[in-house]
Write a protein that binds this ligand. Structure first.
Ligand SMILES: [Zn+2]
Length: 287
């Protein structure tokens, strides 16, 4: 049986307006309260999947070794880090066989390398990315250039890359699906534990408020596709009762989605992380 642990690479902040696209602040501020600089708190929630044969990391957070200026700009809080949480689970980074980032923005793939030394942090892992994503990261459009940074992309050139096109099973029970939307090469990840289907939809549904298909980020390069792919996936997730793991929700990252009486999607967070049967050995609870 596949076991899964929810692990965190800390928190950071992004501009609340940019995170909610065309949604007016009067609406989004109720769900995601901004600070004095209009930034909202975001989690960096990753998954460690143990198939019994391989250990797989889904996403890597923002990483380590940032400059002071960068850390301040994004209010990076490293009270929790991926490496500390893996150590608490007694997992050596060298044991990770695959890393699957949804895309290569710094808050998803930044943890692949130490930014100050360029050292790869999961040296034996194959990094699974869509072909379009790798090409976009190497030659970023100016709209995206602030998210694709050489500090972790240069070291990645030396990593063992598993470049995929479209949908692919990575190992039995773990598969990726190419969605585009947020970036042209954005992919989502599914884990079938034998008990539940875990849907990790990356930046299509970053926080609980984003289960509303129209709440899409201003960062998205294909906003219409973001909305249509999100609609398709959430609809299926409601009927098949998927367990959603939300990459950036700082408080309630695991839950289901249901339809209310007005045909709106509502997020139903898990009561507590200890109540989730598939979640094993999580080192620290998320408050
Ligand atoms: Zn993100």
């Amino acid at each position: 049986m596949i076991s899964v642990s929810l692990i965190s690479d800390g928190t950071f902040k992004l501009d609340g307006g940019a995170m909610h696209g065309v949604v007016p602040r009067s609406l989004w501020q109720k769900a995601n309260a901004p600070d004095e600089k209009n930034r909202i708190l975001l989690g960096l929630n990753c998954l460690l999947v143990n198939t019994g044969k391989e250990k797989i990391l889904i996403e890597t957070g923002v990483g380590i070794g940032h400059s002071e200026k960068f850390s301040e700009l994004y209010a990076i809080d490293k009270t929790r880090t991926l490496l500390k949480e893996l150590a608490a689970l007694r997992v050596d980074p060298e044991e990770i066989a695959y890393v699957i980032p949804t895309h290569l923005h710094f808050d998803h793939a930044g943890g692949l390398a130490d930014w100050s030394t360029g050292k790869l942090l999961f040296p034996k892992a194959k990094v699974v990315i869509q072909k379009e994503e790798w090409e976009a990261a190497l030659h970023p459009h100016p709209k995206n250039a602030a998210s694709y940074l050489p500090e972790f992309l240069e070291p990645l050139k030396k990593a063992s890359l598993e470049i995929v096109v479209g949908n692919r099973e990575i190992v039995p029970g773990v598969r990726v699906e190419h969605t585009g939307g947020h970036t042209h090469g954005h992919q989502v990840v599914f884990v079938e534990t034998g008990k539940v289907t875990i849907a990790y939809l990356g930046d299509l549904v970053p926080t609980a408020a984003h289960v509303n298909p129209l709440w899409a980020m201003a960062y998205d390069v294909e906003p219409e596709k973001s909305i249509s792919e999100k609609k398709r996936l959430i609809k299926q997730g409601v009927s098949d009762r998927w367990t959603f793991v939300l990459v950036h929700d700082p408080h309630k990252p695991v839950g289901h989605v249901a339809l209310d009486e007005k045909e709106r999607y509502v997020y139903q967070p898990a009561e507590s992380l200890s109540s989730i049967s598939w979640l094993e050995h999580a080192p620290v609870g998320i408050s």
